[in-house]
Design a protein around this ligand. Structure first.
Ligand code: HXC
Length: 257
């Protein structure tokens, strides 16, 4: 039984995925990324999963791609790397992902965190793109998502020096949205995910998609997408229920329709 990834739930709409390679600080090898991709395939198909929390251990969210595995791959091996498809799986997952980050989030670990829609971190979290120390560079979005998140000055600084930043600096730079006491990070992420899971799923899905468009499209095209998505929601039963519940001063009962 593969156990590089621990899967718990869904409970109250939330699936908890815990990276589990403590001996390698959760370095992302093909097996672990494959298990993560498979878990997301199942989570996408399961209406009982409304949001996903990804976490690691208190010592490390993930210390990067597995360097030993990478060292065994030549140019053709990298070109045909099965991990690329696993990263793409993460990137196109339609439900919200919350990363609960404690300890090291370096290289591919930082890139994994940046695949999440909401990033929260423990006080001990350390972020960085240290690939430059290995004579390589980020390869799973580090130059693109980090730059979009924190701007080019800090992205350049991190990716060109390999230096790490603290959770406090990551918060200040806009990479994460919240810092928690380390031992409470996962609990807090689950609580955020449960809040999201209680909302209308189609509205959640389109909101996530629209916010991603803000990085992908120019403003006019992004606004058009937003308006179309807003209009589509007008055809949903959950919209009617949400508005009616407000008028009747009660909690809405969303069904995902
Ligand atoms: C494989 C790793 C690893 C990694 C740590 N380990 N990081 N194994 N791949 N990325 C292993 C160590 O070899 C060691 O195993 C064990 O985990 C504990 O690590 P230590 O180094 O002893 O711990 P510590 O002294 O606390 O230092 C922690 C650390 C350091 C600062 C995080 O481990 C480190 O610098 N790791 C590499 C970080 C990195 O360069 N990441 C980027 C990778 S490239 P043993 O068996 O010796 O106990 C990348 C490219 C992404 O991510 C591209 C995506 C397509």
């Amino acid at each position: 039984m593969p156990n590089n990834l621990l899967i718990q739930g869904p409970d109250k709409g939330v699936l908890l995925l815990t990276l589990n390679r403590p001996e390698a600080l959760n370095a992302l090898n093909t097996a672990l990324l494959g298990e993560l991709a498979a878990a997301l395939d199942a989570a996408e198909a399961d209406p009982a999963t409304r949001a996903v929390v990804i976490t690691g251990s208190e010592r490390a969210f993930a210390a990067g791609a597995d360097i030993n595995e990478m060292a065994a791959r030549d140019l053709v091996g990298i070109l045909e790397d099965p991990r690329v498809a696993h990263w793409q799986r993460l990137a196109r997952f339609p439900k919200p992902i919350i990363a609960a980050i404690n300890g090291f989030a370096l290289g591919g670990g930082c890139e994994l965190a940046m695949h999440a829609d909401i990033l929260i971190a423990g006080e001990n979290a350390r972020f960085g793109q240290p690939e430059i120390n290995l004579g390589i560079m980020p390869g799973a979005g580090g130059t693109q998502r980090l730059t979009r998140a924190v701007g080019s000055a800090l992205a350049m600084h991190l990716a060109l020096t390999g230096e790490q930043i603290s959770a406090q600096r990551a918060l200040q730079a806009g990479l994460i949205s919240e810092i928690c006491p380390t031992e409470l990070t996962v609990e807090r992420a689950i609580s955020i995910a449960e809040t999201i899971a209680s909302k209308a799923p189609l509205a959640v899905r389109l909101t996530k998609e629209a916010i991603h468009k803000a990085s992908d499209l120019d403003l006019a095209a992004g606004l058009r997408f937003e308006r179309h998505a807003f209009t589509i929601l007008a055809g949903t039963a959950d919209r009617a229920e949400g508005l009616k519940a407000f008028q009747e001063k009660r909690q809405p009962k969303f069904t995902g329709c």
